[in-house]
Design a protein around this ligand. Structure first.
Ligand code: HEM
Length: 504
């Protein structure tokens, strides 16, 4: 770094310290803030608590500071909520007040300052986007239109695994094949398209760019520039890479998918409602002037981000836990055999008749919550919570994982025990009917994709267990289920090799 820049940075830092002290004095008078560790100027609590504010570390802090506490991360306020009652207040009772999303320098790039739906603030634009996306994506009609496609994709996974001699000997990393399946499940809905194989060059390009976008957005690397605005100039290189990835990705969506679909529908003049895919509906909204071309691309971007990896992580966790709990796996197989009969492959309507399968999925989503802190919420204006003042534009994290894994509320929560959802928790559903269990959130900003995710999970988990015995690789008794968390996600650290022995 050249000397002039360093001098300027130190000078600015000095002013920022003075400013921060003054502001904190003023703020101290105005607000009754939630408890939390004592912040220092400039850095706040950042140096005390570090970057890795995952669900477990935040649960430890909740034990120390209470169900609502405040961390100052540089210049930003972070409020963490850890009880069902306060989750209800944030997500339901005060759903409007806390219904916005935080912005940061990186998300501003990836969403073009909130042109999308998932990361935009609560207001007119969000309402319009959510309405426009509902008919093409989030209704039972969509499930009934596409469930045959999902069943065919699951059948194709089973067939490919059976053809692979390694699968039943040394084992395979099944995730790779499941990833193709999830892309196909979603690209069928979006564009009526699918990718033939894991080697398809377009699929690989798409996967690489989506992966890069997730890595850049979830990384802790850019926190310093986000928390301490004065340091932002040092993020220039990082933000430039984000810009490039965003441009390349949106261009790919446009050139290979959106424009292709436009061409196709103009040649066939699609009037038959039954054959419409999601993009046809979205393009109609664009033609009517409800949204612009950028919004169309951001809808594609949002589905790529929100739908594919989340569901894939959950499938991966379900398989890992079934491998490590052979008795549960056997019990599930027995249910499938008894209810459906051997050789009768599970379909979407069948999933409703299989309580143990449902319980296995619920238990996976409880113990291995894919988005353990929900997508961060934000209050646009000053607000009140549990008698405390929450300054405007605070980032609000609901520790949904802790709500569902707190021993004060659940019997032996650390155990993978699907039976709990048939016994003491038999009334608890994944749709947020109980504020201890919110794998998809609840209220205005809750996950609209739950209607697709649950049947997709049921079909693939059911078919794998019907067709194979799922085992750890030779010489191992269990597979490694160490967790890895990003800023939003909880996934398995190692994509395990598993053995899939076809049933005779
Ligand atoms: C197992 C799979 C999934 C899980 C665990 C999951 C979980 C979540 C969670 C926790 C949220 C945030 C809720 C909040 O902030 O209060 C969310 C938001 C969202 N999810 Fe999902 N999701 C899954 C699958 C899907 C699928 C398949 C789609 C689309 C097809 C989808 C689309 C969305 C969208 C659009 C939002 C943003 C809603 C908004 O901000 O208004 N998700 N999801």
């Amino acid at each position: 770094m050249d000397l002039v820049l360093l001098q300027k940075a130190l000078f600015a830092l000095f002013f920022a310290i003075v400013l921060a002290i003054t502001i904190s004095k003023l703020r101290g008078k105005r607000y009754k803030l939630p408890p939390g560790p004592i912040p220092v100027p400039i850095f706040g609590n950042w140096l005390q608590v570090g970057d890795d504010l995952n669900h477990r570390n935040l649960a430890d802090l909740a034990n120390k500071y209470g169900d609502v506490f405040l961390l100052r991360m540089g210049q930003r306020n972070l409020v963490v909520v850890s009880s069902p009652e306060l989750a209800k207040d944030v997500l339901h009772t005060q759903g409007v007040e806390f219904g916005s999303r935080t912005r940061n320098v990186v998300f501003d790039i990836f969403t073009d300052k909130g042109q999308d739906m998932v990361f935009t603030v609560y207001g007119e634009h969000w309402r319009k986007m959510r309405r426009i996306m509902t008919v093409p994506f989030f209704t039972n009609k969509v499930v009934q239109q596409y469930r045959f496609g999902w069943e065919a994709e699951a059948a194709s996974v089973v067939e490919d695994v059976k053809k692979n001699p390694q699968a039943c000997t040394t084992g395979i990393v099944l995730r790779r094949r499941l990833q193709l399946m999830m892309y196909n499940n979603m690209y069928r809905i979006m564009f009526d398209r699918r990718f033939e194989s894991e080697d398809d060059p377009l699929f690989n390009k798409l996967k690489a760019l989506n992966g890069e976008r997730s890595r850049l957005a979830q990384s802790f690397e850019y926190n310093y520039g986000d928390f301490i605005p004065i340091l932002r100039p040092f993020l220039r290189g990082y933000l430039k890479i984000c810009e490039e990835v965003k441009e390349r990705r949106l261009q790919l969506f446009k050139d290979f998918f959106v424009d292709e679909r436009k061409k196709l529908s103009s040649t066939k003049g699609s009037s038959n409602n039954e054959l419409k895919c999601a993009m046809d509906h979205i393009l109609e909204a664009q033609q009517k002037g409800e949204i612009n071309e950028d919004n169309v691309l951001f809808i594609v971007e949002n589905i790529n981000v929100a739908a594919i990896e989340t569901t894939l992580w959950s499938i991966e966790w379900a398989i890992a836990d079934l491998v490590n709990h052979p008795k549960i796996q056997k019990k599930l197989r027995e249910e499938l055999d008894t209810v459906l009969g051997r050789g009768c492959e599970v379909t979407e309507p069948d999933t409703h008749k299989l309580p143990y399968l449902q319980a296995v999925i619920k238990e996976t989503l409880r113990l291995r919550m894919a988005i353990p802190l929900l997508v961060p919420h934000m209050n646009l204006h000053d607000a009140k919570l549990a008698g405390y003042d929450i300054p405007a534009e605070s980032k609000i994290l609901v520790n949904a994982w802790w709500l569902a894994n707190n021993p004060a509320h659940w019997k032996k929560p650390e155990e993978f025990r699907p039976e709990r959802f048939l016994e003491e928790e038999s009334n608890v559903e994944a749709n947020g009917n109980d504020f201890r269990y919110l794998p998809f959130g609840v209220g205005r900003r809750s996950c609209p994709g739950i209607i697709l995710a649950l049947p997709i999970l049921g079909i693939i988990v059911g078919r794998l267990v019907q067709n194979f015995e799922l085992l750890p690789p030779p010489g191992e008794s269990k597979i490694d289920t160490t967790e890895k968390g990003g800023q939003f996600s909880l996934h398995i650290l190692k994509h395990s090799t598993i053995v899939l022995k076809p049933r005779t």
